[in-house]
Design a protein around this ligand. Structure first.
Ligand code: Z5A
Length: 212
């Protein structure tokens, strides 16, 4: 085990906000500063968790129950934490993750309307005390996000939801950020990419200063 545990950074936001694009700016910053890290994503991050991801995103003839969806998200997370996240943090590496449990509160909680208390119970069962140290939330009007995302081709099962679903997801993220301002930094993702990058790096440096 390392002398100092690594930090756990997560990037969040609704569809097409630019997470995949912007996560590279975060890892480039860590590399410039000689910080050892692993990059991962949810759902996914390990062989088994990636298989669960496929099951979650594929369009099936049979509708997936909301409870199945919630439990599958946490099943993938349990695997991801045990096989990837905890060992990396314990070895002193930082973990940069594209989505984590805030996505469950936003999508399954606010989006689907599942009980936030039940999600909290699962969070405690699966994660114990593990929480991200810093979370960057990219915020964007869902209609712009869906337009950006749809340029990439076929929509997956969750992307096929109605606009109203993504408005609730966005509100979920904004509520989480309001409730936990120390951990969550919100970036306006509607600006041109160069500006989003500058804002993100500024927020990242400010957010990390308290861990120095
Ligand atoms: N999910 C869930 O329901 N519950 C959970 O607990 C978890 C997840 C963990 C997969 O996530 C799904 O899982 C997701 C939530 C659900 N819902 N769906 N579907 P994902 O993160 O893999 O998939 P995603 O949300 O669909 O991400 P994405 O579509 O890949 O979007 P993105 O990474 O945020 O966007 P991007 O690919 O970086 O950018 C999209 C396009 O916009 C691209 O062409 C960029 O060049 C462009 N872009 C980016 N930034 C800009 C700016 N600033 N200006 C103009 N254009 C831009």
């Amino acid at each position: 085990m390392a002398d100092k545990r690594g930090l756990f950074l997560t990037l969040e936001g609704a569809e097409g906000v630019g997470k995949s694009t912007n996560i590279g700016f975060i890892t480039a910053h860590l590399e410039e500063n000689g910080i050892e890290y692993i990059l991962s994503r949810e759902p996914g991050g390990t062989l088994i968790a990636e298989e669960i991801r496929e099951l979650l995103l594929a369009v099936h003839d049979e509708p997936m129950s909301e409870l199945s969806e919630l439990l599958l998200v946490f099943a993938a997370r349990a695997q991801h934490i045990e096989a990837q996240i905890e060992p990396a943090l314990a070895a002193g590496k930082w973990v940069v993750c594209d989505r984590f449990t805030d996505a469950t509160f936003a999508y399954q909680g606010y989006g689907r309307g599942l009980s936030l208390e039940k999600i909290e119970q699962l969070q405690t069962m699966v994660q114990g005390t593990l929480r991200p140290d810093l979370t960057i939330i990219l915020d964007l009007d869902p209609s712009v996000g869906m337009e950006r995302a749809s340029n990439r081709g076929e929509l997956d099962r969750i992307e096929q939801e109605q606009q109203s679903f993504f408005h609730r997801v966005r509100q979920g993220y904004l509520d989480i950020a309001k409730a936990e301002p120390e951990r969550c930094l919100v970036i306006d993702a509607s600006k041109p990419l160069e500006q989003v990058k500058l804002d993100l790096l500024k927020a990242l440096k400010q957010g990390l200063a308290k861990f120095a």
